[in-house]
Design a protein around this ligand. Structure first.
Ligand code: GAR
Length: 218
């Protein structure tokens, strides 16, 4: 098969989405190779999980840079370059990236967000969904653009909001979908099936067994 795309996962915490991506990439046929897990916090629990899986990890502590976002991102860029990274998957990475960084990685960086965007961008999405009384909630994988949680939508999964749900029960139901959705979306990006058309993300059909596209020629 063609070369797997060297991918970095950026985390800030628990790393359950990271673990789902690592599990998918453990299959040699998966088009992305997880070549680096980078955290902006030294205490991110996901770091130990990545190390256990034998993945190189690095900490670039955002705290050390204070308000110097450009300096923080330059330090991240140095690590990404040192590891030959071509794609980025943000997985619970809780720092807003500058316009410069997002432009440099345009079309090569995905994020997963715990709501059905454009509903409930930002933080505390499950609390906002409960407060709004929506009957459907879910998660979104999108390409990252300068506007926070605004990039072209690649994939979404919906779950019902049930009577008696709390933030925790709802988060748990959404998270199970995140773990299913993110590996699929990164696979599309890494295999070159994802492209932008008039500002929207389009996923091309998988090639057939002999390599030809399954798209209807008519
Ligand atoms: C996930 O629910 C992810 O969608 C969310 O943080 C959680 C991280 O969990 N991301 C955001 O809110 C980004 N704005 P994880 O560390 O177990 O993957």
């Amino acid at each position: 098969m063609s070369q797997r795309r060297r991918t970095a996962i950026l985390i800030s915490g628990r790393g359950s989405n990271m673990a789902a991506l690592l599990a998918a990439a453990a299959d040699p046929a998966y088009p992305a190779e997880i070549a680096l897990v980078l955290s902006n916090r030294a205490d991110a629990a996901g770091l130990a999980r990545a190390a256990e899986a034998g993945i190189p990890t690095v900490v670039v502590e955002s705290r050390r840079f204070g308000k110097d976002r450009a300096g923080f991102e330059a330090a991240m860029e140095a690590e990404l370059a040192a590891h030959g990274i071509g794609l980025i998957a943000l997985a619970g990475f809780m720092r807003v990236l500058t316009e410069g960084f997002t432009r440099r990685w345009s079309g090569r960086m995905l994020n997963i967000h715990p709501s059905l965007l454009p509903a409930f961008p930002g933080l505390d999405t499950h609390a906002h969904a409960l407060a709004a009384g929506v009957r459907l909630h879910g998660c979104t994988v999108h390409l990252v653009t300068p506007g926070v949680d605004e990039g072209p939508i690649v994939a979404q999964a919906a779950v019902p909001v049930l009577a008696g749900d709390t933030e925790e029960t709802l988060a748990h139901r959404v998270l199970a979908e995140e773990h299913r959705l993110y590996p699929a979306a990164l696979g599309w990006l890494a295999s070159g099936r994802l492209r932008l058309q008039e500002g929207r993300a389009v996923v091309d059909p998988a090639p057939g067994p002999s390599g030809e596209s399954l798209r209807n020629p008519g």
